[in-house]
Ligand binder design. Structure first.
Ligand SMILES: Cc1cc2nc3c(=O)[nH]c(=O)nc-3n(C[C@H](O)[C@H](O)[C@H](O)COP(=O)(O)OP(=O)(O)OC[C@H]3O[C@@H](n4cnc5c(N)ncnc54)[C@H](O)[C@@H]3O)c2cc1C
Length: 207
């Protein structure tokens, strides 16, 4: 199993993004640029956000298919995702939610509970994996065999969005109401973007 999942890595970001955004905003107001850190949060506070669309960032994300299903709902972002039709899945490439152990089985004596729920979860996924390999050994193509693979299976995607859309995604997906694995992804993206462009993202710190 991959050690730390989900993972988020910044691949690319608009150079001098805050200066570019400020230049776009200054066109609107006919003012000379040079105060990006001060002005951008004010414009965001006024909901004047179109200038944020001139900067964008691209991330490499490794996560479960649960989370990738949710990410691709963001229609203003662009995606390239590892294909289960063309790429062989690898054994044990699945996500085990850390929250599993909070759900101990009430009909099992406490001394036997530790690790039991995770063990059941892993056993189910290993069985699905064995079925996938058996089908392929029988000559079933990957695109058909993959139907037996569960949502916990890992995937990789490249995701690009402009800063306005990243703000929207972070607000929705870093929230405590979002799927816990999704919160991890969104908070990692948020922290990287705060470091890269604080005037645009810092207000989302507590999101
Ligand atoms: C906590 C949570 C629970 C969810 N549960 C479910 C669920 O049970 N079932 C389900 O199907 N989905 C669910 N979703 C997904 C949700 O409905 C959205 O599809 C997803 O969050 C993408 O958000 P969005 O449409 O705002 O953003 P994006 O697609 O990223 O679009 C950004 C913004 O652009 C505008 N926009 C984009 N496209 C259009 C358009 N066609 N028309 C008008 N405006 C547009 C909107 O203002 C939108 O907010 C859930 C999301 C969250 C955060």
């Amino acid at each position: 199993m991959t050690s730390k999942i989900p993972t988020v890595k910044l691949l690319s970001i608009t150079p001098n993004a805050e200066a570019l955004i400020e230049e776009a905003g200054c066109i609107c107001y006919g003012s000379p640029p040079g105060r990006a850190q001060e002005r951008i949060p004010i414009w965001i506070g006024m909901k004047h956000e179109s200038m944020l669309e001139h900067a964008s960032a691209t991330f490499h994300i490794t996560c479960s298919r649960v989370v990738s299903h949710e990410l691709v709902r963001h229609r203003l972002a662009s995606f390239s995702q590892r294909s289960q039709r063309y790429v062989d899945e690898r054994m044990s490439d699945y996500y085990v939610p850390p929250e599993l152990e909070e759900h101990a089985l009430s009909n099992v004596p406490p001394e036997y509970r530790e690790g039991l729920v995770s063990a059941i979860f892993r056993h189910t996924l290993d069985t699905a994996w064995a079925c996938y390999r058996d089908l392929m050994a029988e000559g079933v193509p990957k695109q058909i065999a993959r139907y037996v693979l569960p949502n916990a299976w890992l995937t990789q995607l490249i995701m690009t969005a402009n800063f306005r859309e990243w703000r929207h995604i972070i607000k929705l997906r870093a929230s405590p109401r979002a799927q816990p694995e999704m919160q991890e992804v969104a908070r990692a993206i948020r922290d990287i973007l705060i470091a890269q462009a604080p005037s645009v993202f810092e207000d989302l710190q507590e999101n």
